[in-house]
Design a protein around this ligand. Structure first.
Ligand SMILES: Nc1ncnc2c1ncn2[C@@H]1O[C@H](COP(=O)(O)OP(=O)(O)OP(=O)(O)O)[C@@H](O)[C@H]1O
Ligand SMILES: [Mg+2]
Length: 263
């Protein structure tokens, strides 16, 4: 089986201490992972190692068969899609949803050229797969937060990534918008040729059925990593989040109840 991500004995040290401490983590083709951890536990830092925007102090990063330090990171990045709530409002407000989706192809390649019909058709197909046809000609700036998030997801897919990184994609969405975005992710992740998905969230109920594995980060250390049902135990969640946690599984999604703080 293909190894999508292989992190070996990874450390990331900054002036004020170690942010990632001895990370060993493998992601195989066909898996979709959720990354959980408190604020400041190192989730985004871990993603930055994988995208090569930061370099580890020690250790080895291998992504999509390429070892960082011995490859062109720009080339690897062409196969990585990144969607973050942080960029939701930074895109060109006057472009239409369709234009923004199409731009995903060229953003990853780093050059602009004439949009051809193949690109246009592909963008329409992605929008339709995500039930977003109605947004096609709307100005991005006028879209709701949930609609924007779906357009950013569609934009990332335009480059046909092999690895798709979603860093809190549902941040700030209302319940309905969140379920719409989650539904699009569930559909996407179920496709036979789906990219491998890494999904960072603070909300356990966002762990959709497509996610097969979970990684728990605690102060820059992996507290647990493995199959979803084995990692998502009440004991693991309680110790990672410092609360007395109870999990209820409904329709293959876990729902969290908290009875008290434990530290
Ligand atoms: N470039 C940096 N220089 C120094 N410290 C950093 C840097 N980037 C992150 N940190 C620190 O590393 C720790 C982990 O940050 P990170 O952003 O990875 O956390 P996170 O798990 O993504 O948190 P959140 O859930 O709040 O997004 C934090 O204490 C943060 O202040
Ligand atoms: Mg973060």
């Amino acid at each position: 089986m293909d190894i999508i991500i292989d992190l070996q004995d990874l450390f990331w040290n900054r002036d004020d201490g170690d942010i990632l401490k001895g990370i060993n983590w493998q992601v195989m083709a066909g898996e979709h992972w959720v990354i959980l951890g408190l604020n400041g536990s190192g989730k985004t830092s871990l993603l930055k190692m994988i995208t090569g925007y930061e370099w580890p102090t020690k250790g080895r990063v291998m992504v999509l068969g390429q070892t960082y330090g011995a490859c062109e990171i720009q080339e690897v990045r062409k196969s990585i899609g990144w969607v973050s709530s942080a960029i939701r409002d930074e895109l060109y407000r006057n472009d239409t949803a369709l234009q923004i989706v199409i731009s995903g192809k060229y953003a990853s390649i780093g050059l602009w050229k004439e949009i051809d019909n193949v690109d246009r058709e592909r963008a329409h197909k992605i929008l339709s797969d995500m039930s977003c046809e109605a947004l096609t000609d709307k100005r991005y700036g006028t879209l709701s937060q949930g609609e924007k998030q779906k357009i950013l997801l569609a934009r990332a897919l335009m480059a046909e990534p092999r690895l798709l990184i979603l860093d809190e994609p549902c941040f700030g969405l209302d319940i309905q918008a969140r379920e719409q975005v989650l539904s699009a992710i569930q559909t996407l992740g179920s496709l036979p040729n789906a990219p491998t998905i890494l999904y960072v969230t603070h909300h356990i109920e966002e762990i959709l059925p497509i996610f097969s594995h979970v990684l728990l980060l605690h102060n820059g250390v992996i507290a647990a990593a493995g199959k979803k049902r084995e990692v998502l135990t009440e004991q693991n969640i309680s110790s990672t989040f410092g609360v007395q946690a109870h999990l209820d599984w409904l329709d293959e999604r876990p729902w969290l109840r908290v009875s008290r703080m434990v530290r």
